[in-house]
Ligand binder design. Structure first.
Ligand code: CTP
Length: 444
């Protein structure tokens, strides 16, 4: 018989009290319904690593949807059920959500009836997961709260730092796991263990990644670029032959230097008061694409289904980067306002890339001055003011605000009133589209 490990103390240390209370309530609700409930996956892993993780994934041995409804009565939030899969999300107004799934082996469909879900055990649910370190569960029912369920030695793998799949078909079943293996390995400074490594190489050789949709590919890629230190992950992806599936049009070694310098550049910029962009991945993405031409960059953006705004930022960086770099690197005679206008043609997210490309100290010093000047001259009006004038939100907003920004730099406007007047004139001149008033419905 195996010794039961209780990790409640680790949970209390790693998790905020609101998560602890949520988990406690989940256990109580399940008990009342006669079910067993477990927290699984990343949260358990991170608790054991003493890292905070707020993503709650619950597995219920019982009816997961019923469980979600009952739990939401206690903790609030709205339930979004997915009857077909026996899963539900409890969604809170601030965007936070909890996943609830039903543990099961398989399900049977009866003709002309709702799909019947055959309920089964936690073990099966965990066995379907990616790596042993992500396949642990912790029991939440009151009499077992904190009990670790570890069928696949995830705990030991955490201790020795091994990324290990649960079975040989794992990467064939789900090729995104190749990228996930790299992400977890580098994030936690672990190592993909030898057998798992062989399976990855085999899967790559068999081109399983070409079966992956662009959407799923991008999901994983974005997760990597959003990490605190993506640079080693990208090195590793190249080493494993995955890079060529992500960016067949880009040679890794040509952008490797810029990528490797990115963390340093980000740190310097933060010290200069540059606010981290909401899209953390974008500075790295720009670093990856900066040597391509407009058409290629556009194709890559399309392939990964980037939004219009993000695509524009990529294209602006490529269109204006080289000239901006040259101007900043020229000694002497370019006035600050001129440099500022040039730097403003670049999105903020391109600054880290830019900093890695600037070579001498003087150019870097000038860049810093320009950044501060841009910051100081930021217009006080914003999109809301344009909206209030009845203009339809769209790319024109940014263009108009940039125009105000330039006007400020040139000393044409300085007060809020002047800015408003300036932008009104600009929008009219450029025929910015107005919001159409809603037509009243014709009476039947
Ligand atoms: N999972 C899986 N295979 C995948 C994706 C997810 O087996 N391709 C499982 C893993 O058990 C994982 C859980 O689903 O722990 C949750 O997935 P996700 O939220 O993507 O990952 P986390 O492990 O929570 O990692 P992160 O810290 O990056 O959120």
């Amino acid at each position: 018989s195996t010794k039961i490990t209780n990790i409640k103390p680790d949970m209390q240390r790693a998790l905020p009290s609101r998560i602890m209370s949520l988990l406690t309530k989940a256990g109580q609700v399940a008990e009342r319904l006669g079910y067993q409930v477990y927290a699984v996956g990343g949260l358990v892993r991170d608790v054991m690593l003493k890292v905070e993780n707020l993503d709650v994934d619950l597995v219920v041995e019982g009816n997961g949807i019923e469980m979600a409804y009952e739990l939401s009565k206690e903790i609030g939030g709205r339930v979004r059920p997915h009857e077909k899969f026996g899963t539900a999300e409890i969604v809170f107004p601030d965007g936070y959500w909890v996943d609830v799934v039903t543990a099961r082996v398989e399900y049977y469909e009866y003709p002309a009836a709702l799909p019947q879900v055959e309920q089964s055990t936690l073990r099966h649910d965990l066995y379907r997961r990616d790596f042993t370190i992500n396949a642990m569960a912790v029991a939440l029912n009151p009499n077992r709260f904190g009990e670790l369920v570890d069928y696949f030695n995830g705990r030991e793998d955490l201790e020795i730092g091994a990324i290990r799949v649960l079975h040989n078909l794992s990467f064939i079943e789900d090729p995104t796991r190749i990228l996930r293996a790299v992400r977890f390995e580098q994030r936690y400074d672990m190592a993909i263990e030898p057998q798992t490594m062989r399976l990855i190489k085999e899967a790559v050789r068999e081109k399983v990644l070409s079966r992956l949709s662009n959407e799923r590919m991008w999901g994983e890629l974005k997760s990597i670029l959003d990490e605190a230190d993506p640079e080693h992950m990208l090195d590793r992806l190249d080493e494993l032959g995955v890079w060529d599936y992500l960016f067949p049009e880009i040679t890794f070694w040509e952008v490797q230097y810029v990528i490797s310098e990115m963390p340093q550049a980000l740190m310097i910029l933060r010290n200069w008061g540059w606010a981290e962009p909401a899209e953390k991945w974008l500075p790295y993405f720009l670093g990856i694409l900066h040597l391509t031409n407009q058409e290629t960059a556009y194709q890559i953006c399309q392939r990964y289904n980037l939004g219009r705004r993000q695509t524009d930022k990529v294209l602006d960086t490529i269109a204006n980067g080289r000239i901006a770099l040259k101007r900043l690197s020229t000694e002497g005679d370019v006035p600050l306002s001129e440099l500022t206008k040039i730097v403003q043609t670049l999105p903020r997210e391109a600054y880290p890339l830019f900093l890695t490309l600037l070579e001498d100290k003087n150019a870097i010093r000038r860049f810093r001055m320009v950044m501060e000047s841009v910051h100081k001259n930021k217009p006080v009006i914003n999109g809301k003011d344009i909206r209030a004038m009845g203009y339809q939100p769209g790319p024109m907003y940014r263009r108009a605000l940039d125009a105000v920004w330039r006007a400020r730099l040139d000393g044409l406007v300085s007060t809020r009133e002047e800015e408003l007047e300036y932008i009104r004139a600009y929008l009219e001149q450029n025929n910015a589209p107005k919001i159409q008033p809603k037509q009243p419905k014709p009476a039947d």
